[in-house]
Design a protein around this ligand. Structure first.
Ligand code: FES
Length: 159
């Protein structure tokens, strides 16, 4: 999370900056939401409305995109977001065991955030690096060929 911004003026600034960067074409809706999500940590109240005005799109359309993609969140997330690839090649390479252990270690399920606000866990589709599956991405760090036993050590790198 870059900003932790919750004030409307901070958020407005981020939205303006990102829309300026990508342009206000409707085709840019997903990259724009993705970038705002990355900068703020989630898509807080008001963002969907601001984006819908700037892109001249119905708010319902913006909301449906914001709630469809796993990478986007309309609720606050933990300090660290763990993406677990749940597509078949990673699954076959041992992903199921890694997934079970991950949930056990964090004591949460997909889409949840730990009570201390440290971790959020989401599942994603193929990340395009199937050759090194099972794959786990924590924030911007990608871990390949992950085994269940490596998880405690990997998680310990994050505070
Ligand atoms: S299936 Fe996991 S990275 Fe492709």
């Amino acid at each position: 999370m870059v900003l932790g911004a919750t004030h409307r003026s901070d958020i407005e600034e981020v939205v303006n900056e990102v829309v300026q960067q990508y342009g206000s074409s409707r085709d840019e809706l997903i990259p724009i939401l993705n970038e705002i999500n990355r900068k703020v940590g989630f898509l807080p109240n008001g963002v969907l409305e601001m984006v819908s005005k700037q892109l001249k799109l119905p708010q319902s359309k913006v909301l449906s995109v914001a709630t469809f993609y796993q990478m986007l969140s309309t609720k606050p997330r933990g300090r660290h977001v763990i993406q677990f690839c749940e597509s078949a090649p990673c699954h076959v390479a041992g992903g199921r065991q890694v997934w079970e252990r991950l949930q056990e270690e964090l004591n949460i399920k997909a889409g949840e955030t730990t009570e201390d606000g440290k971790w959020s866990l989401i599942t994603v589709s193929c990340l395009g690096v199937c050759g090194v599956g099972p794959v786990v991405v924590i924030d911007e760090d990608l871990y390949g060929n992950v085994t269940p036993d490596q998880l405690p050590e990997i998680l310990s790198h994050y505070s």
